[in-house]
Design a protein around this ligand. Structure first.
Ligand code: DGL
Length: 280
């Protein structure tokens, strides 16, 4: 198992913000990534649709016989984690629980905000995860639906549209003097500088990508799954639409070149029967 890859999926580019941390924290691991760029965004879709897309996207990755799957998508983690854990024959780690843990630690009981897609915020998954750790913790949720299209379009933090959108969504958080903001969408770390400069240096920003990568390392350590190969891990990316665009915009965000991107046609992932469940 130690020589098989870690599989990572998201609706599009956002999961690369998790991959960036995985590459730093687990540099010897081979990674396979699937961005469902044909069907992004997930964050405005209903629970059954998100669950179906997440199962198909993760199901495609099973063909690489991964040792573990990372749901590098808060929307899928918030709405479909039970389905993923029930249906997939390998362990699945999501981004909600690791992010919630880090946020509670930093907030020390002061108000904590969670920003995410409409679906993630509507699911209340963060509120539940936070309350399970700290029942009295004040939580301020805020959906920021325009952030994902801005990132997918490759807009950066200096873009006036990004600045205006950040200001519009986050003004209530500033007014409530939140101490911590959880980036509850894996696309949002790509807007981190704009979010940080609007909220000010005293507000802690939790990027669940780092916390999730640490959780992955811990899981692999505990289960003897860390790669024993001394060579740097490889990275292969698969997308359901427009690989050229993914490569261009993604390399910028990943801060390394994406060398391998392959287009996956619908018949390879939509409605494909998954492997039968085997023992984890
Ligand atoms: N990056 C994903 C998330 O963390 C999904 C965004 C979307 O597709 O709407 O929620």
């Amino acid at each position: 198992m130690s020589s098989t890859p870690i599989a990572v999926f998201d609706s599009g580019l956002g999961g690369l913000s998790v991959v960036r941390h995985l590459r730093q924290i687990l540099p010897r691991e081979d990674l396979v990534y699937f961005g469902d760029t044909a069907r992004v965004p997930y964050g405005i879709k209903s629970r059954p649709t998100v669950a179906q897309f997440a199962l198909e996207t993760a199901g495609f990755l099973l063909s690489f016989e991964p040792k573990l799957i990372v749901a590098a998508c808060n929307t899928a983690s918030a709405l479909a984690m039970d389905d993923l854990r029930r249906e997939l024959p390998v362990p699945v780690i999501g981004v909600v629980e690791p992010g919630a843990r880090a946020a509670v630690r930093l907030a020390e009981g002061d108000p904590l905000a969670v920003i995410g897609t409409e679906a993630t915020i509507g699911s209340e998954a963060y509120r539940r995860a936070i309350r399970a750790l700290a029942p009295e913790q004040p939580v301020v949720p805020k959906a920021c639906p325009l952030f994902v299209p801005l990132v997918e379009e490759g807009r950066d933090c200096n873009d006036p549209i990004v600045k205006l959108t950040v200001e519009t969504y986050l003004a209530p958080l500033r007014a409530q003097h939140v101490k911590v903001v959880v980036l509850g969408c894996t696309h949002y770390p790509l807007l981190r500088d704009a979010i940080g400069s609007y909220l000010g240096p005293e507000v802690h920003i939790v990027d669940s990508g780092r916390e999730t990568s640490l959780a992955v390392r811990q899981h692999l350590r505990e289960h003897g799954g860390l790669s024993t190969d001394g060579t740097p891990g490889s990275m292969r990316c698969y997308v359901s639409d427009n690989p050229q665009r993914f490569e261009q915009v993604g390399s910028r965000f990943l801060t390394e070149a994406i060398e391998y991107v392959e287009l996956v046609e619908p018949e390879r992932y939509v409605n494909v029967p998954r492997l039968p469940s085997t023992a984890k």
